[in-house]
Design a protein around this ligand. Structure first.
Ligand code: GLV
Ligand code: MG
Length: 327
């Protein structure tokens, strides 16, 4: 390991994160009673401009009044380029109960954005004598944010997670898609004619691969959770699952749900599969035995396992334990 140590953000289960518009209080109780690990109440892009004040009031009341159980509870504030953000922070933190865990900051562009919100949050927390420190979830969804992601991820001890916002990211970079998180058939690979005996196949590829991988690296290098954002077509469960699985394979810990029907899928996909978990436990046992016999590596089912395998296996087992503890 490097001499630089990475301090992990507080451990929270974040397999699924349900987006709920602050202007639709009728959905709050259902969100609180449902299977989401985390819920964010939205003041930003799911709320119409003339409903912002009302949404703030709804959210402030619901944070205290609704029984959110053991859910991670967050509020998505408006962007720093709007005249709304300061009031979102001040009104919510001056008036909402300490049940609130996190603030989600959209369209983060620079580390200074985080510094500014941190300053504001710190002032209100101190002035109000709030005891629980609010953490930050940061949405990376602009070209500027992706360019500055390393500094952004390191910008505040309040940072807990990075989220990839496919819709705004596509808008900002002018990627050719009009679907939130969807695939584009033009992004693919045509196999070589000579290699295929004249038959050429076209394989669709993952146009989000770079962005998600970049986010995972910045998040993990700073002890934060990488979370994949929305997938808009909530009637296509197969496409949601395929996308969520790809992001999970790349290291993400969870995914947003923009509809309750996506929650079960996200929870399932971001729960370590039973076979992987069994293998992880076997690796830990094999390494314990080999260490007892003075060896640093072992053969398990004809494959090498060593101390790096322990680190891989331990992560899986830890997540599984957190899920079991949630019940
Ligand atoms: C989320 O906010 C997105 O833009 O995808
Ligand atoms: Mg967005």
């Amino acid at each position: 390991m490097s001499f630089t140590t990475i301090t992990p953000a507080p451990a929270r289960l974040n397999r699924s994160e349900l987006a709920v518009p602050g202007s639709s209080p009728k959905f709050f109780e259902k969100a609180a009673a449902g299977p989401a690990d985390a819920v964010f109440l939205d003041l930003e892009d799911a709320v119409a401009p003339d409903k912002k004040d009302e949404a703030r009031k709804n959210i402030i009341q619901a944070i205290g009044d609704v029984d959110w159980g053991d859910k991670v509870l967050s509020v998505r504030i408006n962007g720093l380029d709007t005249p709304l953000m300061y009031r979102d922070v001040i009104e919510v933190l001056e008036n909402a109960s300490e049940r609130l865990d996190l603030i989600m900051i959209p369209k983060v562009g620079t580390a200074a954005d985080i510094y500014a919100v941190d300053m504001l949050v710190t002032q209100v927390e101190t002035a109000m004598g709030r005891k629980k420190r609010i953490g930050f979830e940061l949405i990376i969804e602009t070209a500027l944010g992706m360019q500055n992601i390393a500094e952004i991820a390191a910008a505040s001890p309040r940072n807990e997670s990075l989220h990839f916002g496919a819709a705004d990211y596509a808008a900002s970079t002018r990627m050719r898609t009009v679907q939130i998180g969807g695939a584009n058939p033009d992004y693919g690979v045509l196999t070589d004619a000579a290699e295929e005996g004249g038959e050429r196949a076209f394989h669709w590829s993952d146009m989000w691969h770079y962005a998600i991988t970049r986010m995972v690296v910045a998040a993990r290098a700073n002890g934060l959770r990488p979370i994949d954002g929305p997938f808009g077509d909530f009637s296509d469960a197969d496409a949601f699952s395929a996308h969520a699985k790809r992001a999970a394979v790349l290291g993400c810990e969870g995914k947003w749900a923009i509809h309750p029907s996506q929650l079960g899928l996200a929870n399932e996909i971001y729960t370590p599969p039973a076979a992987e978990l069994e293998k992880a436990r076997k690796i830990l046992a094999a390494m314990k035995d080999s260490e007892a016999s003075g060896a640093g590596a072992a053969a398990l089912d004809g494959k090498l396992v060593d101390y790096a395998s322990i680190r891989q296996a331990e992560h899986l087992v830890k997540v599984a334990e957190a899920i079991d503890a949630k019940g």
